[in-house]
Design a protein around this ligand. Structure first.
Ligand code: ADP
Ligand code: MG
Length: 249
């Protein structure tokens, strides 16, 4: 996969005097093959950053590059995103296989698509035999696995995950986080992993960035930032974790 860079990124909603600055002057790098976490309270601008990366909101200033090149506005997307709500992100009228195959590069034969669906389902630990079934009977965790397989089907250079475990119960969260760690080791995922939950980010991210009111207030190796935060706000976020959460497979 590839490096993702935010350079002096500012994002505003609205125009003129009523404009609201959601993200200001953010500089952040996701090195090739690594998971960078973004933490911060609700409203701090995390999702805005994610949406800007995949082209869902325009930048007011700065630029976002993948492998050194600005993210193109059209054509094949170098980034794919996995969203928070696995119930609204899968089309109930499409089979799992159709959902996964939908964003595969065009020009693949039907047989190649089917083989790729199988491969991706195995990769996320879903039974490929279920490719012809519909999402209705899947649990939230299984749906998130499909959403991850679908995102990977687009052959992205970078994956963006925005609160992908936040709507799941704790045990299922652990299983999805283990999957992310596994995929990172196997595929060398470059990933921006957003969560309001520090314990979750600590589990998957090598580096972590802390957002507050649209600003990036601290960034560095996860163990350093969370072990010995320099910023007062990061200390407050850490103090807000009720107790250590341990995820076991
Ligand atoms: P987070 O993901 O950290 O909770 P968001 O990026 O969703 O934060 O929001 C950052 C700020 O931008 C918040 O103040 C939010 O109210 C505002 N905001 C988000 N989306 C929109 C929008 N579509 N229009 C106007 N303001 C928005
Ligand atoms: Mg958000």
């Amino acid at each position: 996969m590839s490096e993702l860079r935010f350079e002096d990124v500012t994002i505003k909603y609205g125009i003129g005097r009523s404009a609201m600055t959601a993200v200001e002057d953010v500089n952040l790098t996701v090195p090739e093959g690594s998971v960078v976490g973004v933490v911060g309270e609700s409203g701090s601008g995390k999702s805005t950053l994610a949406r800007a990366a995949v082209g869902l909101v325009p930048l007011s200033a700065g630029r976002i590059t993948v492998a050194g090149r600005p993210v193109p506005h059209r054509g094949p997307r170098p980034l794919q995103m996995v969203f928070q709500d696995p119930y609204s992100s899968l089309d109930p009228r499409m089979t799992l296989g159709e959902s996964i195959a939908e964003i595969m590069p065009s020009g693949m034969s039907r047989r190649d698509r089917a083989a790729e669906v199988s491969r991706l389902m195995k990769l996320v630990h879903l039974d490929p035999e279920r490719a012809g079934s519909y999402p209705a009977r899947l649990s939230g965790g299984q749906r998130q696995r499909v959403a991850i397989a679908r995102a990977l089907a687009g052959r992205p250079r970078v994956l963006i995950a925005d609160e992908i475990t936040s709507s799941l119960d704790v045990l299922i969260q652990g299983a999805i986080l283990n999957l992310i760690r596994e995929l990172q080791a196997e595929l060398g995922l470059s990933m921006l992993f957003i969560s309001h939950n520090l314990a979750v980010v600590r589990y998957v991210a090598a580096r972590v960035a802390v957002m507050r009111d649209g600003h990036l207030v601290e960034e560095g190796p996860t163990a350093e930032v969370l072990g010995d935060p320099r910023d007062e706000y990061t200390r407050e976020l850490l103090a807000a974790i009720p107790r250590p959460v341990h995820f076991t497979p």
